[in-house]
Ligand binder design. Sequence first.
Ligand SMILES: [Zn+2]
Length: 294
Amino acid sequence: MLRAIQIIGSSPGAVSSPLQRWKPYGNGFSFISISTKPWPSSRRAVASLLLPIVSVCGGGCFRAFRMSATRSESNQDGGSSSFSSSPSAFQPVGHIRKNSFCQWCGGRTKQDIPDGEEKMRAICTICGRIAYQNPKMVVGCLIVHDNKILLCQRKIQPSYGLWTLPAGYMEIGESAAEGAVRETWEEAGAEVEVLSPFAQLDIPLIGQTYIIFLAKMKKPHFSPGPESLDCQLFALDDIPFDSLAFSSMLVTLNLYIEDIKAGKPKFHYGTINKRPGTSPSDIHAYSLDYHLRS
Ligand SMILES: [Zn+2]
C-alpha cells in the first residue's frame, strides 16, 4: 500500500509524511513498458539560473467559463469495453491511508465515524483529534512553442523513462499557477508565462486533481532538470502516445489536439475513472466522465 500512502494527500490537520515530496502522478498505476523508439535530439539550451517569477496573463486571456452539458466522446483510446461511461457505474472509493498514530500526541488512533459525519476517519484515542485525508493538487503546464508541445522524460519513478507534461504537487504557500510555473522550471528548465487554465482533471480513485495551464516560454530555452532525462518539443503528430507516463497526460494531450483541430483551445473539466478489471499499468484504460468544456 506504499503507493496509496504516497498518493493520498492530507489536510493541514492530517498526518504528514516524509513522502509528501514524492512526485505525483499517479494514476497510481505501475510502470509500463518503455518504447525503444529513439527520439530526436533535444533543442535544449542552457536556461537562466534564476527561478522564474510567476507571470499570469491578465484579463482577457481566459474567456469566462461556461458550463456545458456536453459529454466527452468518452474514451478515445479505450477501444472496446463493456464498461459504461456512466459515473454511477463505477464509483471508486479511493485509497485511504490508515493512520495508526496521532500526529499531535502520538496516541493510537481508531477507525470510526465522527459524530455528524458519514465517513470513517482515524480518530485519536487520547486527544480525540481527527486525521482528515483530502486529495492532492497536481499542477502543470502545457507549453506550446512553434506549434509543438514541450514534454519531459521522467528520470524518477513511477513511470521512469516515460513522457509527461511538466507538472508536480502544488506546495502550500503558492497558487496553482505559481506551482505550475515552478514545476516547469524544475523539470524542464523553462521560464514560462501562464496564459490560461486548460484542464482540471479529477482522479477520485487515487485522490488527485490535476490543473493544467496553457503556457508559453518567455525565452526559447529549456533543459532537463534533475528529475528529467530529457525534454523535447513534439509536433502534435509526433507526440509519443505509446510512451506517455499517465492517463492524465494522455487525456490532456488528446483534448488539446481535439481543440486545435476544432479551431482553438477550450477549458475542460473532467473526471478520469479507471475501468474496472483493467490492468493498472494500462494508461489507456480509463473513462473520462463529467466532461465539461468552455
Ligand atoms: Zn492525539
